[in-house]
Write a protein that binds this ligand. Structure first.
Ligand SMILES: CC(C)(COP(=O)(O)OP(=O)(O)OC[C@H]1O[C@@H](n2cnc3c(N)ncnc32)[C@H](O)[C@@H]1OP(=O)(O)O)[C@@H](O)C(=O)NCCC(=O)NCCS
Length: 170
């Protein structure tokens, strides 16, 4: 499996339905425009049998880091940092749910951000978990910010450790 940048000529965005209107609408109406403006990047996982069908997608960008919402040890360690990598959206089409694609997309997004952090350093990866998906992210080591149950983070250091190989190899 491989993720590819969203291509509006190739991918059938209208068919995509993850049952969360905000995430569906973003893919259909915003993702391509936002990428053209260099605001976000969206990657899709294609169905190998029908490559124009989108199994799932994620959108990456950067976010301002609010140190005050972090545990004190992390506040101290990262006091000079001001940015985090952001998984702004991640969704799987309802026809492909519970087959491991959400996990695959999350790992793929983390690999991309880890690779990026080798060139443009940032200490945390943040995710906006919509519609009760925070437990999905907690399964993979994300922790909620103090003040926002649906906004979670993981350190780049722990992502690097969990992949157990240098980010140079991705
Ligand atoms: C959340 C979502 C991405 C999961 O995708 P999926 O392909 O169904 O998930 P997977 O099959 O890869 O599941 C991987 C593991 O996470 C668990 N999981 C899946 N969704 C979960 C949820 N909402 N809460 C807790 N755990 C969840 C699965 O049970 C599985 O655990 P297991 O390995 O112990 O069996 C998908 O349900 C989705 O797109 N939801 C709507 C959009 C959304 O809420 N996106 C996230 C916020 S932006």
């Amino acid at each position: 499996m491989i993720s590819v940048p969203l291509d509006k000529k190739r991918h059938d965005r209208k068919r995509f339905d993850c049952a969360v209107p905000a995430l569906k609408n973003y893919l259909q109406m915003m993702a391509n425009q936002q990428s053209n403006k260099d605001n976000t990047r969206t990657f899709v996982l294609e169905d190998v049998k029908n490559p124009n069908f989108i199994i799932g997608y994620y959108t990456l960008t950067m976010s301002t880091l609010d140190l005050s919402s972090l545990p004190s040890a992390l506040q101290k360690k990262h006091q000079n940092a001001n940015s985090a990598g952001l998984i702004a959206r991640l969704a799987v089409d309802k026809r492909y749910k519970k087959e491991g694609f959400g996990e695959w997309l999350l790992i793929d997004a983390l690999k991309k951000l880890l690779n990026t952090s080798d060139s443009v350093a940032f200490p945390l990866i943040v995710v906006d978990a919509k519609d009760g998906a925070s437990d999905f992210y907690k399964k993979f080591g994300f922790v909620a910010f103090f003040d926002e149950e649906n906004k979670l983070f993981i350190t780049v250091e722990s992502v690097r450790k969990s992949f157990k190989v240098s980010s140079e190899h991705f």
